[in-house]
Every structure is written in C-alpha cells, then in structure tokens.
Design a protein around this ligand. Structure first.
Ligand SMILES: Nc1nc2c(ncn2[C@@H]2O[C@H](COP(=O)(O)OP(=O)(O)OP(=O)(O)O)[C@@H](O)[C@H]2O)c(=O)[nH]1
Length: 293
C-alpha cells in the first residue's frame, strides 16, 4: 500500500540519519535524497517535493547551529513540518453537528468507488455514534440501487432509492426529506459516475446538488489515475462545490501520491485506505501526517 510504503521509506531515511555518528551536510543531503526519492516514487508532484527539500535546507542551517544543538531532532522536526505543510489543505475539516442533519453528496468518475465508499463512510460514522442513511441518486447505472441496498443492508444502515423513478433530482430530494424526518444526522447521497466531457451529466449533477443542498460534496478519486486527478477534480469543482476528496484503491497501487496535487484545490482532504473489509476502514486525514509514520 502506497501510504505504508511511503511512511516506511521516510522513517528509514530519518532513522539512517539519526544513526550517523556526525550530522553534517553529507548526511543531511543523503537523508533528503532518500525522502525525495520515496515521494517521487509515490508520484508526488515534482514541484511539491523540490520546494519541500529546499525549505528544509533553509531551515536546517548546520553551519549556524551552535554545538550542543540536537541536530537530529531539528532535522526530524523540519522534515515533519514540511511534510505536514504539503498536506495541509489550509482549511478546517468539515464536522458533523449533533442534532442537525448534515447532507453529504458523493461525486466522481465512473467506477472510482463512490458507492463502496459511501457505505464505508456511513459505517465509519455509525460506529462513532452518528445516525447515517444512504440515498441512491444514481439512476444511470443499472444495478446501482441494488449494490447500495446490498451494502447498506450488510452494514445495517437505512437506505432510500427507486427502481422506477428515473429523475435523480427527485430521488435525492425525497431521500433527504425522508431521512430528515427520521432524525438521521448524516444523510449521504450517492450519485452516478461521470466524466468532465459529459456535459449533460455534469448539468444533472449540478441540479442534484442544488436540490439536495449538501453541506459537503466529496469528490471520490481512484488513486490509479495519479496526477490526472487534478483536471478532473477541477472540472467537478466548477459544477459543484467540492469540499473534500477521498482517494480510493490505495491498497492496489504504488502511485497514490499524484493525488496530493489535489491539495492545490485547497479542499479538505482525506486519504481513505480501503481495505476490503467492513471493519478495517481507516481514515487518514492528510493533515494528520503522524498517522502515516
Ligand atoms: N481494491 C479496491 N477496490 C475498490 C475500492 N473501492 C471500490 N472498489 C471496487 O471498485 C469497483 C467500483 O466501485 P463502486 O463503488 O461501484 O464505484 P462507483 O464509483 O460507485 O461506480 P459508478 O457508480 O459506476 O460510477 C468495485 O468493484 C469495488 O469493489 C478500494 O478502495 N480498493
């Protein structure tokens, strides 16, 4: 898994630096080279990596550090701070409020993992005392409602959808209203997969968003599309107010770092390591990098 590998490589680089008898320019450069290599291998954008390395060198000025300074600690802290800076979207995370129904809408490309992630997101919150519900506003893919129904039943989460209604706007509105009446505090709306060139489907998504009035729109992205994610996310963002990103299928690809470019959108970001069991769902908030190490 990309995060585990990346975390392991960065930890090893810092450990090697710590083990050196004398901390000098050569040791610092070797450590930074290792970290740079690990980030590039994980497909993190070159500019982000280069800026990080330059900043660390500026902060850790070994010549200016008087004897007695703990150089190892200073380097570790600088690396940690700079990595956090890459990952910090600069916005506080969206938080649910007790007693107030929040609507969260999932959007993304076909097959990115929206339906699967919706249920995992619901299950994650259910385990923490929230009352989630799922609405299937995907009328495009045959079998979408059955898939959501099956997942929701397995996770014991209430769901709403229709085999006959073809208007996703109507389903979204009816579903949200139904669950508001049932005092659900997290109403998750799953939508059809679409691509930025499908103008009509983008317009439909916009209408669903206007009608369902989501408090948060989450863009779900398959990690394998790498840095191309940025263009797609931007296109989605032009139609709906994307406020967060969930990256899926981190279990299957060595290149997930490309997704970090999405942070330039300044959305809240989550890394979701989806291990295909219901119980091992792990959320790693990007700006809580310590979870990666
Ligand atoms: N390995 C792995 N597979 C995943 C993950 N998330 C989803 N999948 C699989 O990816 C496929 C597509 O997932 P869906 O949840 O149906 O994707 P979707 O975005 O709802 O699809 P559309 O509605 O057609 O756009 C399914 O076979 C899922 O089991 C993940 O994190 N890891």
């Amino acid at each position: 898994m990309v995060l585990a590998q990346l975390g392991g490589s960065i930890s090893r680089a810092l450990q090697q630096m710590s083990n050196a008898t004398i901390i000098d320019e050569k040791v610092l450069n070797e450590c930074l080279n290792e970290i740079t290599r690990a980030l590039l291998q994980a497909d993190v954008q070159f500019k982000l990596v280069r800026d990080m390395s330059t900043n660390i060198k500026k902060i850790v000025n070994l010549e200016d550090l008087a004897a007695g300074h703990n150089k190892r600690r200073i380097i570790q802290q600088a690396v940690y701070n700079e990595l956090c800076k890459i990952l910090d979207p600069g916005k506080p995370a969206f938080t649910l409020k007790k007693g107030k129904p929040s609507v969260v809408m999932f959007v993304g490309l076909q097959g990115s993992g929206k339906t699967t992630t919706c249920t995992k997101y619901a299950y994650h919150h259910q385990k923490r005392g929230w009352k989630p519900a799922l609405v299937c506003a995907d009328t495009f893919r045959a079998g979408a409602f059955d898939q959501l129904k099956q997942n929701a039943t397995k996770a014991k989460i209430p769901f709403y959808g229709s085999y006959t209604e073809s208007d996703p706007v109507k389903i979204a509105v009816d579903g949200v209203e139904t669950f508001k009446k049932e005092n659900c505090d997290l109403i998750i709306v799953d939508t059809s997969g679409r691509h930025k060139q499908e103008a009509a489907l983008f317009e439909e998504m916009r209408q669903v968003s206007v009608a369902a009035k989501p408090d948060l729109v989450i863009f779900v992205m398959d990690s394998s599309i790498g840095q191309a994610a940025f263009d797609q996310a931007q296109a989605f963002r032009q139609s709906v107010a994307v406020g967060a990103v969930i990256i899926t299928k981190m279990d299957g690809h060595a290149k997930g770092g490309g997704a970090l470019k999405l942070l330039q959108l300044k959305v809240q970001s989550y890394l979701l390591e989806l291990v295909n069991t219901w119980t091992s769902l792990k959320f790693l908030m990007l700006n809580h990098l310590s979870a990666v190490f």
